[in-house]
Design a binder for this molecule. Structure first.
Ligand code: ADP
Ligand code: MG
Length: 712
């Protein structure tokens, strides 16, 4: 396994420092004191009173006031967990995991303080009293009464249990974020609340504009947790910045060497620019030599292993400044104490539906003014702070939008449309949307589901569609799995392909060893397919029991492939629940390719010229991605299907599989038909005639034989 710390190049002397234990505050205060210091605690009783008297309450409070970590515990302390579970939804997986861990520690500390019984890991560890559930990972047990989960998980639970009867209270956290699933949950939970007079529903928001939420539920009370914030001085860049990574590095060094102590929080967009920033920063500091002031640089993004994510909450050793480089998860979902300086790149990654390619893409997009203000607010939590915006005052005023566009209005809705259909919503345009998505988006999603065969001409779910909903997968992937089972008799193989597609790429390509790792990866290539290459890698790793050393030697992320194994196990369970025992096709993998085609036929390209492809639906030139096995081995079949398009300077097809033209016609008849040449038509007719003659002969022979037998 790679050593992440090393690859970041921590300043040498920081490595020598002993592990950070706890923040200054945590060092000196007990967990109880920390809890009681939070703004939410000062209004605890009023808040619980408000919840007692109203079934639905909107709670507004600054980030860090204790909404996420305290509300669930207050409800437990008040007895709400005696007849059900307290659920708390999060738009982000990272937040669900991280917060659950913290709350389980807080709950255990309170148990310890009371000293009534010894700590028991099964009850007091994470996954006991306090647990979390995210897609493909359920860390709860029969003791769990506080459950953090992604909004998607709760939405799926409502399929099985429409009234969500096991919950006594549900907190829809981070409602201001307006994630797609939270928005759908609003509509679903409004109905549940109308049916269940015993359910407490609490909606929390970090922004003051909570009226829309209150109005949506018919004017329910808004409870405001008083803020405790300090002034933040905000500075804009004097000129437009070309490269926000370099600008952020420069600003960080400026602060580090010229400003008083206090930690730094840098907002970047994603893994790539976060790692870039961390690397450059570490290099610069190291170049300054042993005498320079130490800086502890810590990345934070969703794909980072959980133990490294947790490090952002540890205090740096004495005299060392901490610098966290994060995605917008640190904007409102996670609060790190002690931040005095915020550097805002002005960008974030947003999922945006791209009608040109017919799918969602994560695009780097300017933040909204509301986001920018949230970001700067992070500097003023424990004392006065400073915010440096890497964009100009004019850009802020003229180019940034007031607030972000809710996800429901900008992304592909196929998944939720399928879900809503199976929840019995007949006409989607009538659903209780807080902000209805553009009608076009709904229509596009219906269309996608129709071409996959999940809904029929009248818009009702088909048998296939009803089965697809059972899997927490994007519709094409669940279609692939079900097609493989029923038609390809290769669900064992496709289960692996789907699992591998559901985790980040397992291939590891370290800097400076690109050629070496490429050569090793090439040994796994299956010439006609990247999907089959993934299957091959998995099967090989399985032979070696997913051994970490074997993985590292073969430039494969062992954690990643083990994650795929977990996903695989869960999908197998789901298949079995539906009485579908996985079937293997043995070594003949053509049916696997055909199953892939059944799900991605609309993502297909045809060869045109030497090694060049054009998209069959859009006519746009699309190239094989250089990481593709087909590219690597120079194999250029006439037709390919791909998992997704990556648009950079040109359109690249990523994860590609060779398919037969006939399959496209058979599986995607709404798009393709076979055009026969005169010659092949002639040949076909000759063949048909020959076949017919042969058949006639055989029948005659049989007749003669039968007559003979009768005579005997
Ligand atoms: P809100 O939801 O209102 O934004 P939170 O409940 O998330 O507030 O945060 C309350 C406090 O808990 C903050 O001071 C935060 O720093 C602290 N906290 C949250 N997670 C952790 C953690 N993993 N380690 C230490 N402190 C944490
Ligand atoms: Mg929160």
């Amino acid at each position: 396994e790679v050593d992440y710390k090393q690859s970041l190049g921590f300043a040498a002397h920081v490595k020598k420092e002993k592990e950070a234990k706890s923040s200054e505050f945590a060092r000196t205060k007990t967990i109880r004191e920390q809890r009681e210091y939070l703004p939410a605690f000062s209004v605890r009783d009023e808040l619980l009173g408000c919840i007692r008297e109203n079934n639905i309450v909107i709670v507004v409070g600054e980030t860090g006031s204790g909404k996420t970590t305290q509300l669930t515990q207050y409800l437990m302390e008040e007895g709400y967990t005696e007849y059900g579970i307290v659920g708390c939804t999060q738009p982000r997986r990272v937040a669900a995991m991280s917060v659950a861990k913290r709350v389980s520690e807080e709950v255990a500390a309170m148990v310890e303080e009371h000293g009534k019984r010894d700590l028991n890991d099964e009850i007091d560890g994470l996954g006991g009293t306090v647990g979390y559930s995210i897609r493909f990972e359920d860390l709860t047990n029969e003791h769990t009464v506080i459950k953090y989960m992604t909004d998607g998980v709760l939405l799926r639970e409502s399929l099985r249990d429409p009234d969500l009867n096991k919950y006594s209270a549900i907190i829809m956290d981070e409602a201001h974020e307006r994630s797609l699933n939270t928005d759908i949950l609003f509509g679903v939970l409004r109905k549940v609340a109308a049916r269940r007079s015993d359910l407490k529903l609490i909606v929390t928001s970090a922004t003051l504009s909570a009226d829309v939420f209150s109005d949506f539920f018919g004017g329910v009370p808004i409870f405001r947790i008083p803020g405790r914030t300090f002034p933040v001085e905000t500075y804009f860049s004097k000129s437009v910045q070309e490269d926000y990574v370099m600008a952020a590095v420069k600003q960080t060094l400026q602060i580090h060497f010229n400003s008083p102590p206090g930690d730094i929080l840098i907002f970047m967009t994603g893994q790539e620019d976060i790692e870039g920033t961390c690397t450059v920063l570490a290099e610069k500091i190291e170049n300054l030599g042993e005498d320079s002031k130490p800086l502890l640089v810590l990345p934070m993004y969703s794909q980072l292993p959980a133990d490294l994510q947790a490090k952002i909450f540890d205090a740096a050793p004495d005299g060392v400044r901490k610098c966290i480089v994060s995605t917008n998860v640190a904007e409102t979902s996670l609060t790190v104490d002690g931040i005095k300086y915020v550097i805002d790149s002005g960008y974030c990654k947003l999922k945006v539906y791209n009608p040109k390619i017919g799918m969602d893409a994560l695009n780097v997009t300017p933040v909204s003014r509301a986001n920018a203000n949230q970001r700067s607010g992070r500097a003023g939590r424990t004392g006065p702070g400073f915010c440096f915006r890497l964009y100009t005052d004019r850009q802020f005023r003229e180019e940034l939008m007031e607030t972000a566009v809710p996800e429901i209005q900008r992304t592909n809705l196929s998944n939720v449309v399928l879900l809503l259909k199976s929840l019995g919503v007949k006409n989607l345009l009538d659903f209780d949307f807080m902000d209805p998505p553009p009608e076009d988006n709904i229509m596009t999603s219906l269309y996608q589901l129709w071409i996959l065969g999940a809904i029929d001409n009248t818009g009702d779910l088909t048998t296939l569609g009803r089965r697809m909903v059972e899997f927490p997968l994007d519709p094409p992937l669940s279609k692939m799995l079900l097609f493989a089972h029923e038609h390809g008799k290769c669900s064992s193989e496709v289960l692996i392909v789907v699992s591998m597609l559901s985790v980040p790429s397992v291939f590891f390509r370290p800097k400076g060893r690109e050629e070496e790792s490429d050569a090793v990866r090439e040994k796994f290539f299956v010439p006609e397919s990247d999907h089959l290459t993934l299957l091959n890698v998995y099967l090989r790793a399985k032979q070696y029991k997913f051994d970490a050393q074997w993985c590292t030697k073969h430039f494969i992320h062992s954690k990643g492939i083990r994650k795929a194994r977990e996903v695989h196990a869960q999908l197998v369970d789901l298949m079995k629940q539906q009485k579908l025992d996985p079937i293997s096709c043995g070594g003949s993998w053509d049916v696997v390719r055909k199953s892939i085609c059944s799900a991605y036929f609309y993502n297909s390209s045809k060869i045109k010229g030497i090694g060049e492809y054009i998209n069959m639906l859009s006519g746009i030139p699309s190239a094989l991605h250089p990481s593709s096995a087909l590219f690597g081995l120079g194999y250029t079949p006439d037709y390919v299907c791909y998992h997704e398009l990556i648009s950079t300077t040109k359109e690249y097809m990523s994860c590609v599989t060779a398919v037969e033209g006939e399959w496209l016609a058979e599986l995607g008849p709404m798009f393709f038909s076979i055009k026969e040449s005169y010659e092949s038509a002639l040949k076909r007719r000759q063949r048909e005639r020959a076949d017919a003659a042969k058949m006639e002969k055989e029948m005659e022979k049989k007749k003669l034989e039968e007559e003979e037998r009768e005579r005997e």
